[in-house]
Design a protein around this ligand. Structure first.
Ligand code: ZN
Length: 237
């Protein structure tokens, strides 16, 4: 029994170790968070400009197509104007010409605005893309120590996971399943040390009889109050 408790205690310790180190690994340190955010914004800006350029090109092609349609109509009405017979027809065709000219002006404005936008965006993109390799290098340089720390954490985590696998492999599936369930239920702390004859999680005193059983190490004892498994370490009471 006591060796099972040793292993459960160690297993819980390794599980908690992996969790806390992974949290650490995935949290960019405050002093780097700003640097990282600025760099990501630059990447994001390039991505957005590229996406907008694709859209703007489509809009520009469409507007240019509309413009030439309007111009075709304008030509058609101007030809009609030369062949009208009555003044009523004449003013009707003039009206049409008026309308189509308005459309032409509006569409020309749109084409021009889009051309300006596209030109500006291309220039902006070029500048940004030229700067990006150096910015990436600088960013990586600033992040270098942190990346190294992350790699070191990964190595620790990998080693701990191997140990977790070994420990779990040695346990009976039923013991393991029960333990995992208790870990889940008790916020990661399923087995806790006895310190000064008390449960170190909830600080409730352990009954003398339970303490006797614990010290004998013959069966599993749960805290009366918080229902966690109690772990008595004779070398570290
Ligand atoms: Zn307790």
């Amino acid at each position: 029994m006591s060796s099972l408790l040793d292993e459960l205690y160690r297993l819980q310790d390794r599980i908690r170790f992996v969790q806390s180190r992974q949290r650490e690994r995935d949290t960019v340190p405050a002093e780097l968070a700003e640097v990282d955010r600025e760099y990501r914004e630059k990447l994001e800006a390039v991505r957005q400009i590229k996406a907008r350029l694709i859209e703007a090109d489509i809009e520009h092609r469409r507007a240019a197509g509309e413009l030439s349609d309007h111009q075709e109509k304008q030509k058609k009405y101007q030809a009609q104007l030369r062949n009208v017979q009555t003044s009523r027809e004449y003013s009707a065709v003039l009206n049409e010409i008026d309308g189509v000219e308005k459309s032409i002006r509006a569409t020309e404005d749109r084409v021009l605005t889009l051309e300006e936008e596209i030109e500006g965006a291309r220039a902006d993109l070029k500048t940004r893309e030229e700067k990006l390799p150096r910015e990436t290098e600088e960013h990586e340089e600033k992040m270098k120590d942190w990346r190294a720390a992350q790699r070191a954490i990964n190595e620790e985590v990998d080693a701990a996971k191997v140990e977790i696998g070994d420990l779990e492999g040695r346990m009976k599936p039923r013991d393991l399943a029960e333990f995992r369930r208790l870990v889940e239920k008790k916020g990661g702390l399923a087995i806790v040390r006895v310190v000064n004859n008390s449960c170190s999680a909830c600080h409730v005193k352990i009954r003398p009889a339970a303490l006797q059983i614990l010290k004998a190490g013959s069966e599993m004892v749960y805290c009366d109050s918080c229902k966690r498994i109690l772990y008595y370490d004779p070398h570290n009471p």
